[in-house]
Design a protein around this ligand. Structure first.
Ligand SMILES: NC(=O)c1ccc[n+]([C@@H]2O[C@H](COP(=O)([O-])OP(=O)(O)OC[C@H]3O[C@@H](n4cnc5c(N)ncnc54)[C@H](OP(=O)(O)O)[C@@H]3O)[C@@H](O)[C@H]2O)c1
Length: 291
């Protein structure tokens, strides 16, 4: 018999996750702050929990996926909160993106109740949630992951166990930092090009045929992890190009805050390097070997 799954949070991510669990035949109990958002899943066969506590009490495996740390604290420790409903021996997985610190507090509270906890934030967007192809970044114990796997496999396609509780959230935050900075970089570059009279589409078109597009993770990351910076494109030249871009921005009256901050770190590493490294050596800014 399949374990009963409790699901708290039926937003863009939670609702399709619930639908996949129903399709896979798991008994499902759902709760959402705005009750109307639970109606679809209830009509498809889910039971409606009266509150987070009852939802947790009904579950062999409880999953939550709500907006942010205050939302999670509310559903866990607010009135009729889930924490007091969780049963000894059950598993609780939180897939919200929250702080590692809060994940560790949740783990400690679960430990006191004899409940196994995994922080299990996801990537893949609502598209991945609909297809059951999310990627999970997990903090917790391997044997708990193995027990949870039949449920997880309905929701996702890859499960990375990254360390103790909190590690999943740490990696999720670091990953979203890359995405956020990449998109900010794109936004700044588009502002620069368009301010100088070149349509943004042209920049995108050129980037799409450039090796540089895929190069960062595939080419630079392995070298950065090994602190190997033999010049492929020397930092001194990238530094010059950033200076020229910032000069152009100044001429156009455009402010590029992320570029200016990055120029600061490239400058520091350029000044401190005694060799002629690749521009990926900007990573030295954060290593003891800098300078
Ligand atoms: N969307 C994505 O592409 C994506 C991708 C990866 C990870 N995530 C992460 O997954 C989590 C959920 O994202 P989402 O896109 O599903 O967000 P969403 O559509 O905005 O849904 C948020 C959910 O949190 C609930 N909620 C918010 N505040 C609450 C509170 N104080 N008490 C109880 N419930 C509360 C909402 O309830 P109501 O319906 O009552 O508002 C809703 O169920 C977030 O942490 C997000 O960062 C999202």
């Amino acid at each position: 018999m399949k374990p009963t799954v409790g699901l708290i949070g039926l937003g863009l991510m939670g609702k399709p996750m619930g639908r996949n669990l129903l399709k896979a035949g798991f008994p499902l109990v759902v709760w959402n702050r705005t009750a109307a958002r639970a109606e679809d899943l209830v009509s498809e066969g889910a039971k409606l929990g009266a509150n987070p506590r009852e939802t947790a009490a009904a579950a062999d495996v409880l999953i939550s996926i709500v907006s942010d740390p205050p939302a999670l604290e509310e559903v866990l420790w607010g009135a009729r909160g889930a924490m007091e409903g969780l049963r000894r021996g059950s598993i609780y997985m939180d897939s919200s993106t929250i702080s590692p610190d809060l994940a560790q507090r949740v783990a400690a509270a679960c430990g006191e109740r004899g409940v196994e906890f995994l922080d299990a934030p996801v990537t893949g967007g609502d598209w991945g949630a609909k297809k059951g192809e999310l990627v999970f970044m997990i903090g917790g114990r391997a044997e708990v992951l193995e027990r949870a796997r039949p449920v997880l496999e309905v929701l996702g396609k890859k499960f990375f166990l990254l360390g103790a509780n909190g590690a999943g959230q740490t990696v999720k935050l670091a990953m979203n930092l890359i995405l956020a900075l990449e998109v900010e970089a794109l936004a700044e570059a588009l502002a620069l090009a368009t301010s100088a009279g070149v349509p943004g589409e042209k920049l995108v078109e050129v980037m799409q045929s450039s090796m540089a597009r895929a190069g960062v993770l595939d080419v630079k990351a392995p070298l950065m992890l090994q602190n190997e910076y033999a010049a492929s494109f020397p930092l001194r030249l990238m530094h010059k190009d950033m200076r020229l871009a910032l000069e152009l921005a100044r001429q156009q009256g455009v402010t590029l805050p992320a570029a200016a901050a990055a120029y600061g770190t490239y400058s520091a590493v350029k000044d401190a390097s005694k060799d002629d490294p690749d521009y990926s050596a900007v990573a030295r800014f954060w290593s003891k070997s800098a300078g």
